[in-house]
Design a protein around this ligand. Sequence first.
Ligand SMILES: [Zn+2]
Length: 146
Amino acid sequence: MTKPEYGNVTVSKVTYDWYKKNFESNKERLRKKGINSFAGYITSRLEELMERDEIFGRYAPFLEEFGYDDDGSTVYIKDNKKQRVVGVRFNGDQLVCDVDEKNDCVHVGFAYSLPKVYRAMESLGIKLNRRQLVEPAAKAHSLSQT
Ligand SMILES: [Zn+2]
C-alpha cells in the first residue's frame, strides 16, 4: 500500500523508458548528488520543474519570452513593466542580464524558467543556484503588488 506521504502516477511506457534510461546512464553522477533510486531521480526532476513553473507563474504576464539571437547565446525578454526588451546572455558559467548587469535579477530568473534556456543550460552543465531562484521571485512578487 502507498504510504500517505507519497502519491502514485502512471505514465506512458515511452516516458518511463526514457527517464529510466537517463537514470541508468547517469547513476554515478546522481549518486554523488545523493540520488540513489529511480523514484528519487523522478522526484528531483519534478522538483526542478516545480521551481521553474512557480517562477514562470510569478513573472508572467509582466515578462514574456521575446526571442533568441542567431547563435543562441542571448535570450530576449519583453519586460512589460519597463516597456523594453531585455537581453540575458550566457557568460561563462552563468546567465547575465544586459540591463541590470547582474546574474540574479528577475530577467535571469525568468530566463531560467524557459524550457529552451533551461535545456541549453543543462547541456552546458550550468546550474542556477537556489539563491538566484528564490530572490528574484520574491522581488517579482513585491513588484506585482504595487
Ligand atoms: Zn535584469
